[in-house]
Design a protein around this ligand. Structure first.
Ligand code: PMP
Ligand code: GLN
Length: 390
């Protein structure tokens, strides 16, 4: 068997969700909303499954790069939200989730032996995917509490073998939204080393307050170097749908499509149609989504702070990080803490160390991630359980 897979532990999200279920815990671990997205999308997905007018297009293979209606909607969203002019016929590829989009984009770029600079803390598919492709990850760490970009370490990580940068903004698990100045540093390195960027932007619409999501692709010189990845799961609160989309220059997209044709080839047509409808919703939908999540972030943050926990800043995503140093037992790490909290307090979170590859001996080993994409009474109940426990 391939040790790259057989030796891989089961993902922390599955492990902690199973433990939460076993103990009847409130699951603030795995990031998924406990309310549904827009009803008109569900209705569109249901209607088009049996629409007689669609004929074979109803339930047979959609085109390899996605239904035109969705590719056009992705291009229009790129224009509306970011001023990007994208050719829907040649520069958009629909995938089965952002997870596949990431794998296909990386497969298109890297050959065995290539190096990919990856920013930690990182989403858990990044390293296994890179290693299966034979690429060598060069890790650069962001550290709590402020997640500042370590420019010297980044410069040192880029070299003659660098093929790409893989990075995520708005960022899971930190809630960091990279600023234009930080993106300019990344863009400069990409130009200097003639490298590409795979930009995981699944939380692009989940940005709060004064923070703004700026796609790296919009910076000067990046139109041809940055590959932008979005997800209907996050944008419309249907994480089970697994509809993703890649926006990439016409010089890159055909090779990403080759990877996609060999991974899944296509994605359920009714979910593509519903996602197209979603991307066309008015600005009020997107503003409301962000406002609702910001209120949930604030509610959970206030509740955790009232318990004496230090809660770190969060400008985007579904996630808040809390410092649990004061509550660790001697010898206990953040994973053991999350397991104990699940069993005893019946509240589940994800240990921050799970998002780092190596040892976590600093503050990054004494924090946990809470998902706040839950109804307010669920967040309140979690806080009151923690209050009784801590
Ligand atoms: N990237 C990040 C940073 C994520 O948090 C997730 C979450 N699920 C994904 C990618 C995967 O998205 P999808 O469910 O669309 O595959
Ligand atoms: N993206 C989700 C999270 O970070 C989990 C996705 C999954 O369970 N694979 O919680």
């Amino acid at each position: 068997l391939n040790p790259g897979l057989s030796a891989l532990p089961t993902t922390i999200f599955t492990v902690m969700s199973a433990l939460a279920a076993e103990h009847g815990a409130i699951n603030l671990g795995q990031g998924f909303p406990d309310t549904e997205g827009p009803a008109e999308l569900v209705a569109e997905a249901a209607r088009t499954l049996s629409d007689p007018d669609l004929g074979e297009a109803r339930n047979q293979y959609p085109p390899l790069t996605g239904l035109p209606v969705l590719r056009e909607a992705v291009a229009a969203a790129n224009r509306r939200f970011h001023g990007l002019e994208i050719d829907p016929a040649r520069e958009v590829i629909v995938t089965s989730g952002a997870t596949e989009a990431l794998a296909a984009s990386l497969a298109a770029l890297v050959a065995p032996g290539d190096e990919v600079v990856v920013i930690e803390p990182l989403y858990d598919t990044y390293l296994p995917t890179l290693r299966l492709l034979g690429a060598t990850p060069r890790l650069v760490r962001l550290e709590p509490p402020d997640w500042r970009l370590p420019v010297a370490a980044l410069e040192a990580a880029f070299g003659p073998k660098t093929k790409a940068l893989l990075f995520n903004s708005p960022m899971n698990p930190t809630g960091k939204v990279f600023t234009r100045e930080e993106l300019a540093v990344l863009a400069g390195l990409l130009e200097r080393h003639d490298a590409y960027a795979v930009c995981d932007e699944v939380y692009e619409h989940l940005v709060f307050g004064a923070a703004r999501h700026i796609p790296l692709m919009t910076l000067p010189g990046m139109r041809h170097r940055a590959i932008r990845i979005g997800s209907a799961g996050k944008t419309f609160s249907f994480t089970g749908w697994k509809v993703g989309y890649v926006t990439a220059d016409a010089s890159l997209a055909p090779t990403i499509a080759k990877a996609h044709q060999n991974l899944t080839f296509t994605t359920a047509p009714n979910l593509q149609r519903a996602t197209a409808l979603g991307l066309g919703l008015d600005d009020a939908y997107f503003a409301q989504l962000a406002a609702t999540l910001a209120a949930r972030r604030d509610r959970l943050a206030a509740g955790l702070r009232a318990l004496g926990l230090d809660v770190l800043g969060c400008d985007g995503s579904y996630f808040l990080i809390a410092d649990i140093s004061a509550h660790l037992r001697p010898g206990e790490d953040d994973l053991a803490f999350c397991q104990r909290m699940t069993r005893e307090a019946r509240v589940t979170a994800i240990p921050l160390s799970a998002f780092y590859d190596g040892a976590t001996s600093g503050l990054e080993g004494r924090c946990v991630r809470f998902a706040f994409c839950k109804r307010e009474r669920v967040l309140d109940e979690a806080v009151s359980r923690l209050h009784a426990w801590l």
